[in-house]
Write a protein that binds this ligand. Structure first.
Ligand SMILES: O=C(O)CCC(=O)C(=O)O
Length: 259
């Protein structure tokens, strides 16, 4: 595990908000090779805006990679940060990397002067599969922006603090509470949209409510998502839902009190 990459203040923010944004976290050569891989994998011609705007119908391309090796270097950098949260039990060898491209929709939810980042956005918690209702064992998610993401351009949206409310609702109603996130976000802060240059990364807790934001821009939003697992996930993942930081041994919890 790399030591002292995250400051105490950054650790506190992760505990309090359930996510943490780090800028300029990935070297340019690594970003460039991931960008080439994504460009070759996506079926669309990414530089042709007119074509992109008139099709495809699907405005969100979500690809689970079969071969993770093109993302090895990226994941090594991400592991450095994620293991500072989860600790030495975080498994470096089993990340699942996904490519997530969001294309401009041209739709202005909310009013034209004040488009909302989230209206109509599918928001959820990754700790549960909404269709099957099964729990999904993962410890910490890390998203990486491969190109610049301006406001209202398909940025990742989170509900800060929703991981605490999710855990509270699980203790009151059981795991089924995770399937309907609206009561969870009704009692939390307004959503926050992550924007930033290529190389911006965001780490998020597996109970945090999130979704991809609206896209009024002109360029596709390119990102990868890696979900790291613990080595002992089979024994721990249910408890980690009731006690959100029980298995985050990398954090100095004495300094990270809930605010
Ligand atoms: O593409 C995005 O920004 C959202 C991805 C997402 O919802 C997820 O990781 O579960």
């Amino acid at each position: 595990m790399a030591s002292n990459t995250l400051s105490t203040e950054q650790q506190q923010r992760f505990v309090c908000n359930g996510f943490l944004v780090l800028r300029e976290a990935i070297p340019e050569d690594v970003l460039e090779s991931v960008c080439n891989e994504i460009t070759n994998t996506l079926p669309e011609e990414l530089n042709d805006f007119e074509k992109l705007a008139s099709g495809p119908k699907k405005r969100h391309e979500w690809i689970e990679t079969e071969d993770d090796s093109p993302f090895d270097k990226l994941n090594q950098h991400l592991y450095k940060y994620a293991s500072e949260i989860v600790g030495d039990k975080l498994n470096p060898t089993t990340p699942l990397t996904q490519i997530s491209a969001r294309y401009p929709t041209g739709k202005h939810p909310g009013s034209q002067n004040r488009p909302s980042p989230i209206e109509g956005v599918y928001h959820h918690i990754d700790a549960i599969d909404n269709e099957s209702g099964n729990l999904q064992p993962f410890s910490v998610g890390v998203g990486t922006y491969i190109n610049e993401v301006a406001p209202r351009s398909g940025g990742f949206c989170v509900w800060p603090g929703s991981h605490w409310h999710a855990a509270e609702r699980v203790s009151e109603h059981g795991m089924v509470a995770l399937q309907d996130v609206d009561p969870i976000i009704n009692s939390t802060n307004a959503p926050f949209e992550v924007t930033g240059q290529a190389g911006t990364i965001f780490l998020y807790h597996h109970l945090l409510v999130h979704g991809g934001g609206v896209h009024l821009g002109r360029q596709p939003r390119l990102a990868t998502f890696t979900r790291f697992l613990r080595e002992d996930i089979g024994d721990t993942f249910k408890d980690s839902i009731k006690e959100p930081f029980k298995f985050c041994e990398g954090l100095n919890m004495e300094k990270c009190h809930r605010h």
